[in-house]
Design a protein around this ligand. Structure first.
Ligand code: S3P
Length: 173
């Protein structure tokens, strides 16, 4: 059993919102790696960073994704930094699930990330931190993605529809 679709991309790309809509449209379950880690630890991601540290968070994130890749068959959305773990990256490719990269510019990510839940890695100069994260991560998103989706121009409903069409039309990965 492996996820029907996996969503990756920067903070602010809309992975969770799109994932929830997509799962509802497909009539399947939705899981988000941040939410899995929060449920496991009984704390928000922001609190885990402060109380237990980023390495602990990354370990929990990697474990949660390993489990989901073999035991979950719905739509799985990953925290923006999850792909930087080498083991996770290998397992993602080996899973055979279609991997959708929601690609956003730093300015769109900045606008969206600034409006939502606190993100520990963006604290301080949010825009500069996002630019730097995107520089490091873009090659990895690009490498792992089986499909690249423009998340700058379209709203979450339209993006979910595009992904749903790709999945139901059986477009090869
Ligand atoms: C992170 C992104 C967050 C969350 C954590 C770290 C990152 O998820 O996993 O704050 O390293 O980019 P979102 O991408 O859903 O914001």
């Amino acid at each position: 059993m492996n996820p029907r679709a996996i969503l990756i991309g920067a903070p602010g790309a809309g992975k969770t919102t799109v994932g929830e809509i997509l799962a509802r449209d497909l009539g399947c379950a939705f899981a988000d790696s941040d939410q899995l880690v929060e449920a496991e630890n009984g704390q928000s991601v922001a609190d885990i960073f402060v109380n237990l540290g980023e390495p602990f968070f990354r370990q929990c994130e990697s474990n949660a994704i390993t489990q989901a890749l073999s035991g979950f068959d719905g739509v799985l959305s990953l925290g923006g930094g999850a792909v930087m773990d080498m083991n996770t990256a290998k397992e993602l490719t080996a899973s055979g699930s279609p991997i959708f990269w929601l690609e956003v510019s730093s300015s769109v990510a900045f606008r969206r990330a600034g409006l939502s839940a606190p993100r520990p890695l963006l604290v301080g100069n949010v825009r500069a931190n996002l630019v730097s994260l995107l520089e490091t991560r873009t090659p990895i998103y690009e490498k792992l993605a089986t499909h690249r989706i423009d998340a700058n121009t379209y709203d979450p409903q339209q993006i979910a529809q595009q992904i749903s069409d790709l999945l139901t039309n059986g477009v090869p990965c």
